[in-house]
Design a protein around this ligand. Structure first.
Ligand SMILES: Cc1cc2nc3c(=O)[nH]c(=O)nc-3n(C[C@H](O)[C@H](O)[C@H](O)COP(=O)(O)O)c2cc1C
Length: 171
């Protein structure tokens, strides 16, 4: 399948990036085509709610920032993986902007499955992010292939790597 991973931590060698990379390696080893985008280092502004995309823009976003590089990838993705650190009980701002800029397409047309990778310091802080993920997944009517979380003592471990491998096997 054609897999797009959005990685939303600004820490290039951090735990979210590690989880995203483990998913990428496992998925490529299983024969999938994977594109991993480090959205935290892109210049992607929030949606302006101008509705240009639903009117004169005919589906195109008026904001010509790095999101324009992501739109062709979203148009072809069959699996969308959201990888984010928890910031104040939800996904980081860096990944929220690209998620909300999907407004122009409403749903990436070919996406059939989703997965989520979350990293945090504490346990029990995932409800906000998971609620948003399931909201989007159900709204789009796509399959949830699973969620892997890693708090401080679970980060970059063999146990977490194995859970990520199970996500890929669920595709
Ligand atoms: C702005 C900010 C807010 C955070 N908020 C939370 C939080 O609400 N709960 C928590 O457990 N960890 C919180 N953390 C810790 C990060 O989620 C944790 O260190 C995570 O592993 C970072 O992922 P990374 O290594 O990919 O950057 C926060 C960190 C930052 C920088």
């Amino acid at each position: 399948m054609n897999i797009l991973i959005l990685q939303g931590s600004p820490r290039a060698n951090g735990n979210t990036a590690w989880m995203a990379e483990e998913y990428r390696k496992a998925a490529e080893a299983a024969g999938h085509t994977v594109t991993l985008v480090d959205v935290a280092h892109k210049k992607i502004a929030g949606c302006m709610a101008c509705e240009y995309c639903h009117g004169k823009g005919n589906g195109a976003c008026i904001q010509k920032d790095d999101m324009q590089d992501l739109y062709p990838l979203l148009a072809e993705a069959e699996v969308l993986v959201l990888a984010a650190p928890i910031y104040y009980f939800t996904m980081s701002a860096q990944i929220q902007a690209p998620i909300q800029r999907i407004y122009n397409m409403n749903k990436p047309p070919k996406v059939k499955k989703m997965a989520m990778l979350l990293s945090s310091y504490s346990p029990g802080v995932y409800d906000g992010a998971i609620g948003e993920y399931h909201g989007i997944q159900r709204y789009w009517g796509v399959e949830d292939t699973g969620i892997v979380t890693a708090k401080i003592d679970e980060q970059k471990t063999d146990v977490t790597r194995a859970k990520i491998l199970d996500l890929v096997k669920a595709l």
